[in-house]
Design a protein around this ligand. Structure first.
Ligand code: MG
Length: 367
């Protein structure tokens, strides 16, 4: 596993591509490079379904005409992608056939049809292409989309499950944040909330990660959580319990947001009548283009919108942050949970996302 130093990419598109591309196309077309990297988490990360200390990512670059755009795929193990699957997918992506990076619809439609699934791998191409084109236009994507960076929301900061002593310490470290995200769905949910409330009055949002299995118990918990200053509930029950979730949402005093239930653009309409809103993540939906469509579709359906992330470097987090002026809630703390970020990008001041005035997705390499 190579670290940040000695950064060398696999560059399959540098090879001569046989077929109809001609000699010049392989030299003048887009060049995609990628390399595996392992994120180190500051704290062991525990949710209702798993626990871990590292997250594999794939760092990508797309180069054209002397300009380089950066991208990233993050592969938390429960989503089924890995260094191997992303490597295999990206090895099939032939961007050398494209001589104009601004034909983004054509390029990303081509990437989409290479194989089903592989959304993190697809996002790593999508993000790098957005960064490249934004840099060529010399504008950040929030401006290309016509968004006001002052409307970027506060981001929540996740407090992982742990012993009461460690939870209190994590909450105290998170004092600059205006909203904290709490992972519930184990057998100590009330204890976790009471522990946080013993040291902080900051509003909370709760992510159950499908951990509650019975709807009446879930509703009782939501009423209890509302009294404790919780503002919304994410994925309270297993995604296949659609009727129970619809009942819960209908009776809930707090918005109920879909995360595991919604992956892509095509899934948005399925949450109508089941949830109050959706959590969009670039690694679930395949990147910025798809995420932008999801926000607009959700708005047309009068759904709440949240933008989230995996544990990621500032690359993918800054890409997601470009969309953040459009959403109700942001949960973009993935870069803050790691100790070996190789980029500077979006920052947090007083709990609010600050979009850098830099072109593309707004990042610079630190090493
Ligand atoms: Mg979630």
């Amino acid at each position: 596993m190579a670290g940040a130093a000695g950064f060398s990419y696999v560059g399959l598109n540098n090879q001569e591509i046989p077929g109809n591309l001609g000699k010049k196309a392989s030299r003048q077309g887009l060049v995609l490079r990628f390399k595996p990297y392992e994120l180190e988490l500051r704290h062991v990360f525990t949710i209702a379904t798993s626990s871990r200390k590292t997250t594999p990512v794939m760092l990508t670059e797309i180069e054209y005409d002397g300009v380089t755009g950066y991208g990233e795929a993050s592969m938390p193990p429960y989503l089924g992608e890995s260094h191997e699957t992303v490597h295999n997918f990206l090895s099939k992506v032939n961007l050398a056939q494209f001589n104009n990076p601004f034909l983004m619809e054509e390029i990303l439609d081509y990437v989409e049809q290479i194989a089903p699934g592989n959304y993190a791998a697809k996002a790593s191409v999508d993000i790098a292409l957005h960064d490249l084109t934004g840099k060529m236009l010399k504008q950040p994507w929030f401006r290309i989309w016509g968004l006001n960076p002052e409307k970027a929301p506060f981001t929540s900061f996740t407090i992982g499950m742990d012993t009461p002593e460690v939870v209190r310490k994590k909450v105290e470290e998170a004092s600059p944040y205006k909203i904290l995200k709490v992972k519930l769905g184990m057998d100590n949910d009330k204890e976790m909330i009471e522990t946080i409330r013993s040291v902080s009055k900051t509003p909370l949002c709760v992510d159950v990660n499908q951990g509650w299995k019975e709807r009446k118990m879930a509703l009782d918990m939501i009423y209890w959580l509302k009294d404790k200053g919780v503002v919304f509930i994410e994925q309270p029950m297993p995604k296949n319990m659609v009727d129970d979730i619809a009942w819960l949402t209908q009776n809930s005093p707090l918005p109920v947001i879909a995360d595991e239930s919604v992956q892509t653009f095509q899934d948005v309409k399925k949450v109508l009548g089941v949830y109050s809103g959706i959590n969009i993540k670039l690694m679930k939906c395949g990147g910025m283009r798809s995420a932008f469509r999801m926000v607009n579709t959700a708005r047309a359906l009068n759904l709440k919108v949240m933008i989230g992330c995996m544990t990621e470097t500032s690359c993918a987090v800054s890409a997601a942050a470009q969309l953040s002026p459009m959403v109700d809630w942001a949960d973009l703390d993935g870069n803050l949970l790691i100790s070996n970020d190789i980029y500077d990008g979006v920052t947090v001041e007083g709990g609010k996302l600050m979009l850098p005035e830099r072109p593309g997705i707004g990042i610079v390499r630190k090493v």
